[in-house]
Each structure stands twice: as structure tokens, then as C-alpha cells.
Design a protein around this ligand. Sequence first.
Ligand code: GRG
Length: 347
Amino acid sequence: MSALPTPVRAPEGAPSAADVHRTLERCRALVAPALRDAVAGTHPWVGEMAAYSFGWCEVGGAPSRSSGGKGVRQALAVLGAEASGAPGGAAVRGAVAVELVHAFSLLHDDIMDGDESRRRRPTVWKAYGTGPAVLAGDALFALAVETLADAGAPAMRLLSRALRDLVHGQADDLLFASRPWTGPERVRLREYRTMAEHKTGALLGCAVALGAALGGAPPATVAALDRAGRHLGVAFQAVDDVLGIWGDPAVTGKPVHGDLRERKKTFPVLAALDSPAAGRLSALLESSAAPSEIADLIDRAGGRTATLAEARHQAAAARAALDTVPLAPGPAAELRSLLDFVIRREQ
Ligand code: GRG
């Protein structure tokens, strides 16, 4: 079995992980009360499932010490407003909306994929049943829309575009499962990038653009931040794919080689299928070969290296998009640190 990956080494003088955690915690503290208020507005049973999905409680409602998600999207929204010269508070409803949509999409995604654990706990459908979990997802979606209902048409348009793109990305991802590994019908890397931009990038772009829009930024700034977030999303997905094969389960909270066990068509696999090892690899993927053997071949064929290069390339494109508009220097630096964090993360 291959060694665990060092995703992307931090450049000299780069902000420390502690700096980024401080940013994430600062933004979480700013958004948390409004997020809890929004969830409190739904049916109590459904609200418990939503609270469970955020890591706030256990099944039955007792308080939880679970860490919940990283909160990248809410931080992007807050920094989007601050980078546009507004106080972070201006972005709070946008941050709440994107966290609600994120939680909703994970909840429904876990049902579609049949995944039984997330963030080291049983998924909502596993803990409460599929029907209730579908309803909890619907409630989170409805709460997101309600949260932004009075925020004006541009904000609503950003959210609805992200929702449309999310559905596109998810649909393409689901359809990839039935495509062959090789031949003219195989999934190309450029199709995968588009899928990832929609499935993962649209909401990250929406988060930072929504923050800017709510902070009164001009349309060019909103558009540039949206572009940056979308590139960041593809980088994020690439790193997610590496972690889904080589990540340390104790850190990721996901099963070892999970993506290979499920024979998912992720970036490292598709990149390796573009190499001379394609024939051997597709034969292994179609056999009952152990995931560790497949992971080794993908690695030797350059799949891991190509995916990490993709993450760096997309992060550079995100940085370039940020450079096209004037931004407040402090928050812009925090945004750049978050970019580095996303490609260096191990969970
Ligand atoms: C919009 C109607 C409508 C449907 C949505 C289910 C669905 C369709 C889309 C799913 C999109 C999806 C699951 C994207 C995954 C993106 C991703 C890599 C999530 C992981 O995000 P992290 O690591 O999660 O930020 P944490 O746990 O840290 O919050």
C-alpha cells in the first residue's frame, strides 16, 4: 500500500494552519447565532435532524461535541463582504444560506450514494431513516431560500444559479457511474472539470460572491469573486478526490480507499486512464481487485501527481481572478490563505 500523501507543501512564508483556523473560527462565531436561529424556525423533529447534520446534537437531541464541518463556505461569504470594504456582518444571511444549502446537498448526496458515515458519525439517513432525511434536506433547502428572500434580486439570482449548477453537477456525476472506463464513451478530464465546477465550485463561488453582493460590491467584483470561488471549487474537489483514495481515514473520517471500493470515476482515476497504464487499470477496475492494488497502479501511472497539479493550477487561477479587482488588503490576504488551506488540507 502506498504511503499517505502530503497533499501540497506550504510555500515559504505562507500563512500557518493556525491563521486559517483563526479565520474559520472568527467567521463561524459571526454566523453561528443566525444559523441556529434559521434552523430553529423549522419543525422540531426536522430541526433535530438538521442540528444533527451540523454536529450540534446527537440522535435524540442531546448536545454533541462533534466538530461539524470546516465551515469554508460561511468563511468565504464573510470574507467576500470584508474584501469589498463592508463589515463581515453584512454577509451573515448569505453565509447562513450557503451553509444551509451545503448541509442540504450533503444530506441528499449521502442518500443517493448510500454513504453510511460522514464526519465520523452515521449519516442522517442512517441515523433517522431515508424518508425523514429527505425531508430534513428539503427543510434546509427551504430555509436557505427563506433566509435570502428579503436580500434583493441579485443575491437571490446568485443563489438560484448555484442551485441550478449544483443539480447539473450532481446529475453529471451520477451519470458518470454508468459510463465505461475506456473507449469513445469514457469520461474525459474536461467533462470531470465541468462537473466539479458545478457540483463543488458553484456553491463556493456563490458564497464569496454573495458576501460581496451583500456588502455592496460592484458587479465586476462580485463576478471576479464568483470566478475565483469556482476555480477554488475544482481545486477543492481534486484534493477531495486524492483524500478519497489516499487520505488517512482517522483524519478524513471516511473509509480507507472508499472511492475505489465504490469504483468512483474521480480525477486521479481518469488521469491514470489517460496514461499508458490505461489497459491494465481498466482491467483491474472491472475485476474484484483490492482497492489498495488499484490505488498503487493509479499512483504509479501518475494519477495522484496529475490531480495535485490540477489543484495547484486551479488555485492559481483563483488567485489570478482575485487579482483582477481591487480588494481590501487584509481580508483579501485571508481569502488567499483560505485558498492555500483548501489545497493543503488533509480532511
Ligand atoms: C440544489 C436541488 C438541488 C440539489 C443538489 C445532492 C446535490 C444536488 C448535490 C450534491 C453536491 C455535493 C455533494 C457536492 C460535494 C462537494 C464536497 C466536496 C463537499 C465536501 O465539503 P467540505 O469538505 O465538507 O467542505 P465539510 O464536512 O467540511 O462541511
